[in-house]
Write a protein that binds this ligand. Structure first.
Ligand SMILES: [Zn+2]
Length: 139
Protein backbone atom coordinates (compact mmCIF):
# COMPACT_ATOMS: atom_id res chain seq x y z
CA UNK A 1 0.00 0.00 0.00
CA UNK A 2 1.64 3.21 -1.17
CA UNK A 3 -0.31 5.75 0.84
CA UNK A 4 -2.24 5.70 4.09
CA UNK A 5 -5.80 4.58 3.49
CA UNK A 6 -7.93 7.71 3.63
CA UNK A 7 -11.47 6.48 3.03
CA UNK A 8 -14.06 5.48 5.63
CA UNK A 9 -13.48 2.04 7.12
CA UNK A 10 -16.01 -0.58 8.16
CA UNK A 11 -16.47 -0.96 11.89
CA UNK A 12 -16.74 -4.67 12.74
CA UNK A 13 -19.70 -5.51 14.96
CA UNK A 14 -20.09 -8.59 17.16
CA UNK A 15 -22.18 -10.23 14.42
CA UNK A 16 -19.49 -9.65 11.82
CA UNK A 17 -16.22 -9.96 13.78
CA UNK A 18 -15.67 -13.44 12.36
CA UNK A 19 -16.22 -12.20 8.81
CA UNK A 20 -13.55 -9.49 9.20
CA UNK A 21 -11.12 -11.84 10.94
CA UNK A 22 -11.39 -14.32 8.09
CA UNK A 23 -11.11 -11.53 5.50
CA UNK A 24 -7.78 -10.59 7.11
CA UNK A 25 -6.70 -14.17 6.42
CA UNK A 26 -7.86 -13.70 2.80
CA UNK A 27 -10.87 -15.96 3.13
CA UNK A 28 -14.47 -15.07 2.30
CA UNK A 29 -17.08 -16.46 4.69
CA UNK A 30 -20.84 -16.17 4.45
CA UNK A 31 -23.79 -16.89 6.68
CA UNK A 32 -25.89 -19.90 5.73
CA UNK A 33 -29.38 -20.56 7.07
CA UNK A 34 -30.08 -24.16 8.05
CA UNK A 35 -33.84 -23.54 8.20
CA UNK A 36 -34.41 -22.33 4.62
CA UNK A 37 -31.11 -23.22 2.97
CA UNK A 38 -30.25 -19.70 1.80
CA UNK A 39 -26.77 -18.22 1.98
CA UNK A 40 -26.75 -14.48 2.49
CA UNK A 41 -24.75 -11.30 2.86
CA UNK A 42 -24.19 -9.18 4.97
CA UNK A 43 -23.41 -11.37 7.94
CA UNK A 44 -26.07 -11.29 10.63
CA UNK A 45 -27.40 -13.70 13.20
CA UNK A 46 -30.98 -13.75 11.92
CA UNK A 47 -31.72 -15.04 8.40
CA UNK A 48 -33.13 -12.17 6.28
CA UNK A 49 -35.22 -14.65 4.26
CA UNK A 50 -37.05 -16.58 7.00
CA UNK A 51 -35.94 -14.91 10.27
CA UNK A 52 -34.51 -18.14 11.67
CA UNK A 53 -31.60 -17.96 14.10
CA UNK A 54 -30.43 -21.42 12.99
CA UNK A 55 -27.55 -20.03 10.94
CA UNK A 56 -23.92 -20.98 10.53
CA UNK A 57 -20.74 -19.75 8.86
CA UNK A 58 -19.62 -21.30 5.59
CA UNK A 59 -16.54 -20.51 3.58
CA UNK A 60 -17.34 -19.17 0.11
CA UNK A 61 -15.56 -20.29 -3.04
CA UNK A 62 -14.87 -16.65 -3.90
CA UNK A 63 -16.38 -17.12 -7.34
CA UNK A 64 -19.34 -15.21 -8.68
CA UNK A 65 -20.78 -13.22 -11.54
CA UNK A 66 -21.42 -9.53 -11.98
CA UNK A 67 -25.08 -8.70 -11.32
CA UNK A 68 -24.90 -4.90 -11.59
CA UNK A 69 -22.33 -2.13 -11.55
CA UNK A 70 -21.81 1.59 -11.62
CA UNK A 71 -18.73 3.57 -12.53
CA UNK A 72 -18.19 6.39 -10.06
CA UNK A 73 -16.75 9.55 -11.58
CA UNK A 74 -17.58 11.95 -8.76
CA UNK A 75 -16.57 10.85 -5.27
CA UNK A 76 -19.47 10.80 -2.82
CA UNK A 77 -17.31 12.41 -0.12
CA UNK A 78 -13.95 14.25 -0.25
CA UNK A 79 -12.14 11.05 0.76
CA UNK A 80 -13.14 9.38 -2.50
CA UNK A 81 -12.35 12.26 -4.84
CA UNK A 82 -8.79 11.23 -5.60
CA UNK A 83 -9.82 7.65 -6.31
CA UNK A 84 -12.28 8.13 -9.17
CA UNK A 85 -13.11 6.58 -11.48
CA UNK A 86 -13.82 3.28 -9.74
CA UNK A 87 -16.39 0.54 -10.11
CA UNK A 88 -19.01 -0.29 -7.48
CA UNK A 89 -20.57 -3.66 -8.07
CA UNK A 90 -23.16 -6.15 -6.93
CA UNK A 91 -21.77 -9.65 -7.27
CA UNK A 92 -23.88 -12.81 -7.24
CA UNK A 93 -21.76 -15.33 -5.41
CA UNK A 94 -21.79 -18.99 -6.38
CA UNK A 95 -23.40 -19.78 -3.03
CA UNK A 96 -26.37 -17.53 -3.79
CA UNK A 97 -25.61 -14.42 -1.75
CA UNK A 98 -25.47 -11.03 -3.47
CA UNK A 99 -22.65 -8.84 -2.27
CA UNK A 100 -21.89 -5.13 -2.73
CA UNK A 101 -18.21 -4.62 -3.45
CA UNK A 102 -15.71 -2.97 -5.76
CA UNK A 103 -14.62 -4.37 -9.08
CA UNK A 104 -10.87 -4.08 -9.59
CA UNK A 105 -8.36 -5.34 -12.12
CA UNK A 106 -10.40 -4.02 -15.01
CA UNK A 107 -10.35 -0.64 -16.68
CA UNK A 108 -13.22 1.39 -15.17
CA UNK A 109 -14.97 2.03 -18.47
CA UNK A 110 -18.28 0.54 -19.52
CA UNK A 111 -16.73 -1.21 -22.55
CA UNK A 112 -14.68 -3.44 -20.25
CA UNK A 113 -17.30 -4.28 -17.63
CA UNK A 114 -20.01 -6.76 -18.55
CA UNK A 115 -23.06 -7.93 -16.63
CA UNK A 116 -22.68 -11.64 -16.03
CA UNK A 117 -18.88 -11.65 -16.32
CA UNK A 118 -17.12 -14.28 -14.23
CA UNK A 119 -15.41 -12.84 -11.16
CA UNK A 120 -13.24 -14.01 -8.32
CA UNK A 121 -12.54 -12.48 -4.95
CA UNK A 122 -9.32 -10.65 -4.22
CA UNK A 123 -8.33 -9.14 -0.90
CA UNK A 124 -7.22 -5.55 -0.34
CA UNK A 125 -5.37 -5.10 2.97
CA UNK A 126 -6.27 -1.45 3.45
CA UNK A 127 -5.08 -1.19 7.07
CA UNK A 128 -3.55 -3.45 9.71
CA UNK A 129 -7.05 -4.25 10.93
CA UNK A 130 -9.24 -4.15 7.86
CA UNK A 131 -9.08 -6.17 4.66
CA UNK A 132 -11.73 -5.47 2.04
CA UNK A 133 -12.90 -8.31 -0.19
CA UNK A 134 -13.10 -7.01 -3.76
CA UNK A 135 -13.69 -8.77 -7.05
CA UNK A 136 -11.70 -9.05 -10.25
CA UNK A 137 -12.25 -10.84 -13.56
CA UNK A 138 -11.78 -14.57 -13.02
CA UNK A 139 -8.37 -15.69 -14.19
ZN1 LIG B 1 -33.59 -18.76 6.43
Amino acid sequence: MADAYDRPLPVPQPESDFYWERAKAHELWLRHCNACGQTYFYPRDICPHCFSRDVEWRQASGRGTLYAFGIVHRGPTPAFREHVPYVVALVDLEEGARMPTNLVGVEPVAEHVRIGMALEVTFDDVTEEITLPKFQPAG
